[in-house]
Write a protein that binds this ligand. Structure first.
Ligand code: 26W
Length: 822
């Protein structure tokens, strides 16, 4: 009987309430009589957590018992957002919770909103990792995520006088979703030196001696799948001072202060997420983070493998490790080190195991984002790893030389070591050489990798090592959770929620495109979602926006290549145009709300200038009586995952307007279209495949193509540049101090007028403005617009991360699902 009974397995409202009250009164030691929303949140989270734990334990036991191949997803970023709503969806029982909370006087939405976002990521790459975890669990893959448990996630953004300010995001207090595993620790070594010895067989062996030891402590986060019992594990490492003999020496020697300083130093490693997106700065602490996390994860993976007592050559049959960009590339070197130095394997045997184990995903072609570590830095911090990298490089270059005799140019081009001052380790090359598959994240991006960045490697290894896996998003969070009204309508038409696990079923919606009532409901839901966003905007900015206006949204990290500057220049152009209009002409204008959101890296001056300009333009436009509701400009502070869930369902139009060839994939483009918004965009990243799926009549494409970018830049460089005349008017307005001191924005205009317009803002401006005109015309025809919206959603089935994960599983990982039964 004890096996059957579990107080935590509530199955209805009454049982949920009992659990909720029990947790509030005992676990939290609070009285029901002063229970606030926060306590209601904690109690609810704990009640659902109990349910997850049971399935989590089952899953882990079953995966260990069957002992089939597992996937390990190594990512420095997991942009998880909130967990409670997701847990409710996956456990079932959200209705019981809604009713139970209501009995206690709470609205479930308010309770859910108490949760602090888990914001352990910058942008697309981190959110992709979170969507992957959701799909891997949902599809029953035995999969673990490995990351860092940052004390501070991405900073909170505050806008003060139009400027971005950064405030630390301390998020760990009362986080019910993590489980400290104080018994699971790994000692991680840094610095020191390498000694060579001869072992009893006369073979030279290397030992890494002295240096510092820092301890990695595991914190586990349950990852429930939807519609399945599978609950996978996300293991995040936290750093603390080693409790080993080494550190006690100082305490014993009476050097208390310096011992405490060492302790703080150790804790610094996992203290903060680096807030740079697409910019590599080569800081030592970042390299320390990378090694700390790779070494702890590899130790854990190897320990688990060794328990099975299998032969080493079976390692790649049991373990697939995916590298989320080059950030975990040291894992390749660390596995080679373990196999050679600690397990005594021969080089070739070890390297064969290593390359069969790893896969590498590239997310960006921007040169400033490609990781390179200085050789002296690495020599100091990781002396043995640098030796191994030199060995890996030597063997690699020897094989290249055999294939391309006397091509010295080729050798220096593909060498892992860049012969600069100081020398640099090129991490992407190391990742390619140490992996059996390398993939890009959308077709254009993967093609560009093969023809530009990694061209030489395609010649060396042949085309089979390089592949494409186009990104997706999880429909559980980005359709069902973000847009419950639309999800319910779709479920009603399709006869259930199966589309949430087979998104291609959305295609059945096309049958209803001409159904009047359906269209009407579709339009109504969009209006409700716009109202929800309008309410949010009112409460956070004080501005009133009219939900009958066209909501035009660009939310993503602020970066020159993503071209928020193009958008705001377009807004200024629109403002100037309306101001010039007669009263009669104004009547024909489609009212717009231009909504921006996104963080700039704290040291990225140009990005901060763009934010400043957007806010200054908003100040002027929003209070201009000539304009009224015809144009509003809103900057939403502190854009994050939970805000995206409110924003995405409320767009009529979203902007994905990067310079062609620069955006790896983009994933918010998918979120917006899945929620019935249309896109204005360039032929870049996944926009191209979205167009192929939904049809070119349902998307507003503009601008130069990737194949023309190089030549245009080249021409600009040689002085062949003319500022677009309409953009010139915009610049004249800025320079007239219309939006405050023009000097504040001179860097922005100069980068275009004087410094070669690297991102082709001027080249694309005319096409951008014209296309926005077409958007206005299309929006006037409500029925046509609705047809585009419905048709687009119906054709978005391809962009589920379930499809993405199945592709990785088949073509890169070679792993099979494992269902968890009772
Ligand atoms: C080392 C500094 C740094 C930090 C983060 C360099 C690069 C990154 C990431 C790779 C940036 C990123 O998030 N890239 C985005 O990845 C998404 C998921 O594949 C793509 O959809 C976006 O297009 C890509 O910009």
């Amino acid at each position: 009987a004890w096996r059957k009974y579990s107080a935590s397995e509530f199955t209805n409202k009454e049982e949920f309430e009992k659990e909720l009250v029990r947790h509030i009164e005992t676990t939290l030691a609070r009285s029901l009589y002063n229970c606030d929303e926060n306590a209601a949140y904690s109690g609810t989270a704990l009640a659902f957590r109990d349910r997850l734990i049971i399935e989590w334990n089952k899953t882990q036991q079953r995966q260990t018992f069957t002992d089939q191949k597992r996937v390990y997803y190594l990512s420095l970023e997991f942009l998880m957002g909130r967990a409670l709503d997701n847990a409710m969806l996956n456990v079932g029982m959200k209705d019981a919770a809604r009713d139970g909370l209501s009995d206690l006087g709470f609205r479930i939405e308010d309770v859910i909103a108490q949760e602090h976002d888990a914001a352990l990521g910058n942008g697309g790459l981190g959110r992709l990792a979170a969507c992957f975890l959701d799909s891997m669990a949902t599809l029953n893959y035995p999969a673990w995520g490995y990351g860092l448990r940052y004390r501070y996630g991405i900073f909170k953004q505050e806008i003060v006088n139009g400027y971005q300010m950064e405030v630390p995001d301390y998020w760990l207090d009362n986080n019910p979703w993590e489980f400290p595993r104080h018994e699971i620790t790994v000692d991680i070594q840094f610095y020191g030196r390498v000694k060579n010895h001869q072992n009893e067989n006369g073979k030279v062996v290397h030992t890494w001696e002295d240096g510092e030891i820092v301890q990695a402590v595991a914190y586990d986060v349950p990852i429930p799948g939807y519609g399945t019992k599978t609950t996978n594990n996300l293991r995040l490492w936290s750093s603390k001072a080693s409790s080993g003999e080494f550190d006690f020496q100082k305490f014993n020697a009476g050097d208390y202060e310096s011992a405490v300083a060492d302790q703080q130093n150790a804790e610094t490693i996992s203290a903060v997420l680096y807030p740079n997106d697409n910019l590599e700065r080569g800081k030592e602490l970042r390299l320390k983070q990378q090694y700390f996390w790779c070494a702890a994860s590899l130790f854990d993976i190897v320990r688990r493998f060794k328990k099975t007592r299998r032969a080493w050559n079976e390692f790649p049959d049991q373990v697939a490790i995916q590298l989320n960009d080059t950030h975990p590339t040291l894992a390749i070197v660390e596995l080679q080190r373990i196999l050679i130095d600690e397990e005594g394997l021969e080089w070739d045997e070890a390297w064969n195991i290593v390359t069969k184990t790893f896969g590498y995903t590239n997310h960006t072609v921007l040169p400033e984002a490609l990781e390179k570590w200085s050789v002296p830095l690495m020599q100091n911090l990781l002396p043995r790893h640098l030796q191994l990298i030199y060995d890996i490089n030597l063997f690699f270059l020897q094989t290249v030389e055999k294939r391309f005799p006397k091509d010295r140019e080729m050798l220096s081009r593909v060498s892992i070591i860049e012969e600069s001052h100081p020398k640099m380790v090129r991490m992407a090359y190391l990742a390619i050489i140490g992996s059996h598959k390398v993939n890009g994240v959308a077709e254009l991006h993967s093609d560009l990798l093969k023809t530009t960045l990694f061209k030489d490697f395609v010649e060396i290894y042949g085309p089979d090592r390089f592949t494409n896996v186009t990104n997706g998003v999880t429909p559980r969070r980005w359709l069902h959770q973000a847009n419950p009204l639309l999800s319910a309508l779709i479920a009603e038409k399709l006869g259930g929620h199966e589309f949430l696990t087979d998104l291609t079923l959305l295609d059945k919606l096309e049958a209803f495109v001409d159904d009047k009532d359906f269209r009407h409901e579709w339009a109504h839901i969009k209006t409700m979602n716009k109202l929800r966003l309008a309410k949010f905007i009112k409460s956070t900015t004080g501005h009133e926006v009219d939900p009958n206006s066209l909501f035009d949204i660009q939310v993503k990290r602020i970066h020159e290549y993503k071209r928020q500057q193009l958008n705001i220049f377009g807004v200024i152009h629109r403002y100037l145009t309306i101001k010039d209009m007669s009263a009669e002409e104004k009547k024909k204008v489609v009212p717009r709300v231009s909504i921006f959101g996104g963080k700039a890296a704290p040291g990225y001056w140009m990005a901060k200038t763009i934010i400043h300009l957007i806010n200054k333009v908003a100040d002027v436009v929003n209070k201009d009586a000539d304009i009224g509701n015809l144009l509003k400009v809103i900057f939403i502070e502190d854009y994050n995952v939970s805000k995206a869930e409110i924003i995405c369902p409320a767009s009529d139009l979203s902007e994905h307007i990067s310079t062609a060839g620069t955006e790896g994939s983009g994933t918010s483009n998918m979120k917006f279209v899945m929620n019935g918004g249309l896109i204005i965009g360039t032929c870049d990243g996944a926009n191209i495949e979205i167009t192929r799926e939904i049809g070119e009549n349902n998307i507003f494409l503009f601008g130069n193509l990737a194949e023309d970018v190089e030549e245009l830049r080249h021409r600009h460089f040689y002085g062949d540049f003319q500022l677009d005349p309409q953009l010139a008017k915009v610049f004249a307005a800025i320079k007239s101090n219309m939006f405050g001191d023009a000097a504040d924005f001179s860097a922005l205009t100069a980068s275009i007028e004087e410094h070669g317009d690297y991102y082709l803002v001027s080249d694309d401006f005319n096409s951008y403005i014209t296309t926005h005109g077409m958007v206005d015309e299309a929006f006037k025809n409500k029925e046509e617009w609705l047809a585009k919206s419905i048709t687009s959603v119906a054709r978005m089935g391809f962009f589920s991360t379930d499809r993405v994960i199945n592709e990785y599983a088949d073509s890169i990982w070679n792993v099979e699902p494992l269902e968890i039964k009772d």
